[in-house]
Design a protein around this ligand. Structure first.
Ligand code: FES
Length: 184
């Protein structure tokens, strides 16, 4: 019997082994909500990546391909966005994300030394994650707390008037907390 050709809208795409994963229904809903604010889908790329990262923790190659396929944006363009915006992670970040302010007030008051202390304590530079998977270091522009410089954000929590001593105590405290959690 001759195979009947189904109309385009009746063909359900079947996911092949090794194919990029689909976006979840929840992700699609949120992306659709965002894209409704833009004139073309291409402009929603950054928000779509943010949404996927919020759900999955970071943006894997597969996630990037799924966004690319859904919005019809070239993978290279999304890769460019993900590389430019350092808060989009292309590899799993640490559980503690340090955003060290590198703008003028913090620079005058010693953020370079703080960065050197972090490198010494954790063995990581900007954009890197410590081998224990706890800390990721990012450089940040002004965090809006110049009157309390130098400052950093750790998982969204602001730490002000930092000194090397305060920083080391903060890192030690975070390490202790993680050690306690892993022995619970
Ligand atoms: S310069 Fe660091 S908070 Fe403004």
């Amino acid at each position: 019997m001759e195979e009947q050709q189904l109309p385009e809208f009746h063909r359900i795409p079947v996911r092949q082994e090794g194919e990029a994963p689909q976006l979840s229904a929840e992700e699609i809903n949120e992306i659709d909500e965002e894209r409704s604010h833009y004139e073309c889908d291409g402009a929603a790329g950054l928000e779509a990546l943010r949404i996927v990262q919020r759900k999955r923790g970071w943006i894997s190659d597969e996630s990037l391909r799924a966004v690319s396929a859904y919005l019809g944006i070239a993978e290279a363009e999304l890769e460019g966005l993900a590389t430019y915006y350092q808060l989009l992670f292309r590899s799993p970040p640490g559980t503690e994300v340090i955003q060290l302010c590198k703008s003028s007030s913090c620079w005058i008051l010693g953020c370079e030394q703080l960065q050197a202390d972090i490198i010494e304590e954790l063995g990581i530079g900007p954009g890197e994650t410590s081998t224990d998977g706890i800390f990721t270091l990012l450089e940040n522009p002004c965090l809006g707390a110049c009157d309390r410089a130098p400052v950093l954000l750790m998982n969204g929590e602001l730490h002000t008037h930092l000194s090397g001593e305060k920083l080391r105590a903060l890192l030690a405290e975070k390490r202790r907390r993680h050690a306690d959690q892993s022995t619970d």
